[in-house]
Design a protein around this ligand. Structure first.
Ligand code: FES
Length: 161
């Protein structure tokens, strides 16, 4: 089935690159094997890559300017945001998959320290107080977090490039 890839059977690796997960998935099994498949072009991460209190970075799209974002578990569910700070549009993190304050209670921009609520993306402290991270609609399917259908990845990538 075009645009869909089988899921790997092995547990999630420690690799930070979700894009490599998708590539491995494409190579590991064929849909004819009967495995569950998801739309790899919208795959943000697998649920088992996202333990409570952790974040997972992703890239969607081809070329030098993919859509970059991250997924996190919150008390109210899973959220996904574009990895751009509303202050100066810089990426939020310095280290792979690291987006939270030391105590894990808030998302934090490493550049100038703005902090954001995990559930809403609202900035509650710092130079962009009152502004918000860009929320990405998601859906959960077959143990994976996917970008919701109808969200234009190319347009978003261009907007946040
Ligand atoms: S770029 Fe994020 S706080 Fe300045």
């Amino acid at each position: 089935m075009p645009g869909r890839s089988p899921l790997p059977d092995s547990p999630a690796s420690e690799s930070p690159a979700t894009e490599s997960l998708a590539s491995e998935s494409l190579a590991s099994e064929s849909p004819a094997s009967g495995s569950t498949s998801v739309d790899s072009a919208r795959l943000l991460c697998r649920l088992d890559e996202l333990p409570p209190g952790r974040c997972r970075e992703f890239r969607l799209g081809e070329g030098d300017w993919p859509l970059r974002g991250f997924v996190l578990q919150t008390a109210r569910g899973i959220r996904a945001y574009v990895n751009r700070c509303p202050h100066l549009d810089y990426p939020l993190n310095y280290l792979p998959d690291e987006f939270l304050t030391y105590d894990g209670s808030l998302v934090q921009c490493t550049m100038h320290g703005a902090v954001f609520e995990k559930d809403s993306g609202l900035c509650v402290g710092g130079p962009c107080l009152g502004r918000s991270l860009h929320v990405l609609p998601i859906r959960i399917e077959a143990g994976c977090v996917l970008l919701a259908d109808g969200v234009d990845v190319v347009a978003l990538a261009a907007r946040f490039a």
